[in-house]
Design a protein around this ligand. Structure first.
Ligand code: AMP
Ligand code: GLY
Length: 422
């Protein structure tokens, strides 16, 4: 069969690698893809939001399955469009993607289904939001309700920080229309983890656990990014906690959507905090995480396309999914200045050398070819990913590989996986 993968990041590179290895697949295409993805797929110069262009491409190339990586096209209804063409798609419908695209929708659903999450209120007027944080005068978290590439969250220890966040998001429109409304919620504390599940409405398969590191600098300091590194599995979650997460969080949320007439199919990602009172939801995403997908795909041992087709066909319960028991760790190399403004076009050296160990893969996140040379083209540039006999071994391999890579202004965290390594 022919598969079209939508997206251009490290997540999509890891997915392209697995999709291309499926015996079911004759050819892989990517829109728009990147130079790393181009090793496995024919890349088409199409933007992820160019639905007309994608539809024409799908028809012209007789695509059988469309796999949608990022949230923007999902939230705008690309999966619905592909299904409307009578084709198979991996990724939830527009209605289901609201779980990520509208944080207030997600909160209301959680409240209704009694899913543990931070107490929150929504605001559409900045003055009312200002009054609320002044009145509350305790640490809080201010979030743009719409899509902001993981950067729309401000952790506010002081009331002044919260007032500034409200100003930035609502009055200065730092995230455009995504900040027309705000959620202000209680600050939780505890270790975090990312739990991803394949969902076909009737069945839920929870993948191996992972943990992301969102702040840009070591020791979880600095502004929030899309994610600076991830590893799997995480010691934060044991079998008993996983059962609680399934019973109290994943199942009631899918069930709640179903009651609203929304059929969830694809990957559901729950960002959780392990509080003293048990796991609580920080956010839902309607897709694979980036960079969690990179270590997860290193460990994934089944046929990903077979699983994606089973999800599309409602046959997930018939799948036997296997994982490499060895842990994996992925460290992001970012451009200087990310998540703020950053330069592009810096030449990248050393990837082949870094990948000389078969347990190491370098996934491209923001790269491009310019005059025959590989250059930086995004904030997050590469995800250096390694499997190891234990987490320390994976950690050592990932950082040894990272030491072989160079581009001007390269920044990476030195402490990815520190909770597990310790
Ligand atoms: P989100 O995009 O909603 O997952 O938020 C990004 C990051 O902000 C999370 O990974 C947490 O580190 C942090 N965060 C979000 N919500 C809260 C909260 N209620 N309490 C403490 N930290 C939070
Ligand atoms: N790693 C966080 C995300 O994919 O949203």
């Amino acid at each position: 069969m022919k598969v079209l993968l939508i997206g251009s990041g490290g997540r999509e590179h890891a997915l392209a690698w697995k999709i291309a290895s499926s015996p079911l697949v004759k050819q892989v295409f990517a829109a728009p893809g990147n130079p790393g993805i181009a090793e496995y797929a024919q890349c088409a110069n199409l933007a992820v939001m160019d639905f007309d262009g994608i539809e024409r491409f799908v028809r012209a190339n007789a695509i059988d399955l469309v796999v949608i990586g990022p949230e923007d096209p999902l939230a705008a209804g690309l999966a619905d469009r592909i299904i409307g063409m009578g084709l198979k798609v991996f990724g939830p419908s527009k209605n289901a993607a609201q779980l990520e695209a509208d944080k207030w929708f997600a909160k209301e659903l959680m409240r209704h289904q009694a899913v543990p999450t931070a107490e929150a209120r929504a605001f559409s007027d900045p003055n009312t939001a200002d009054e609320y944080v002044k009145m509350r005068n305790t640490p809080c978290v201010v979030k743009a309700t719409g899509l902001a590439a993981g950067k729309g969250v401000s952790i506010c220890y002081r009331t002044q920080d919260a007032l500034e966040a409200i100003d930035r998001i609502m009055r200065n429109k730092a995230f455009g229309a995504a900040g027309d409304r705000l959620v202000i919620e209680e600050m939780l504390s505890g270790p975090e983890c990312s739990i991803l599940a394949f969902v076909d409405r009737k069945s839920i398969y929870i993948m191996e656990s992972a943990q992301d590191h969102k702040p840009v600098d070591d020791g979880d300091t600095g502004p929030m990014t899309g994610g600076m590194g991830a590893y799997s599995p995480t010691p934060v979650v044991n079998d008993a906690i996983m059962k609680t997460i399934q019973r109290d969080i994943i199942v009631p949320v899918i069930d709640g959507l179903w009651r609203h007439g929304v059929d969830y199919k694809g990957v559901l990602y729950a960002g959780l905090m392990m509080t003293a009172n048990g796991p609580k939801v920080l956010e839902f995403n309607c897709r694979f995480g980036d960079p969690e997908t990179q270590p997860l795909m290193m460990r994934f041992k089944s046929d990903l396309v077979e699983v994606m087709l089973a999800v599309a066909d409602g046959k997930l319960d018939q799948m036997d999914i296997r994982w490499d028991p060895r842990p994996a760790i992925s460290v992001i190399a970012a451009s200087k200045g990310y998540p703020g403004t950053y330069p592009k076009g810096m030449e990248i050296a050393g990837i082949d050398n870094a990948q000389s160990d078969p347990d190491v893969m370098v996934f491209h996140s923001g790269t491009a070819m310019a005059n025959g040379k590989l250059v930086t083209a995004g904030g997050r540039v590469l995800a250096v990913t390694a499997l190891g006999d234990d987490i320390k071994d994976a950690h050592r391999k990932a950082y040894e590989a990272m030491a072989k890579i160079h581009f001007d202004g390269m920044h990476f965290r030195k402490d990815i996986g520190h909770q597990a390594v310790r």
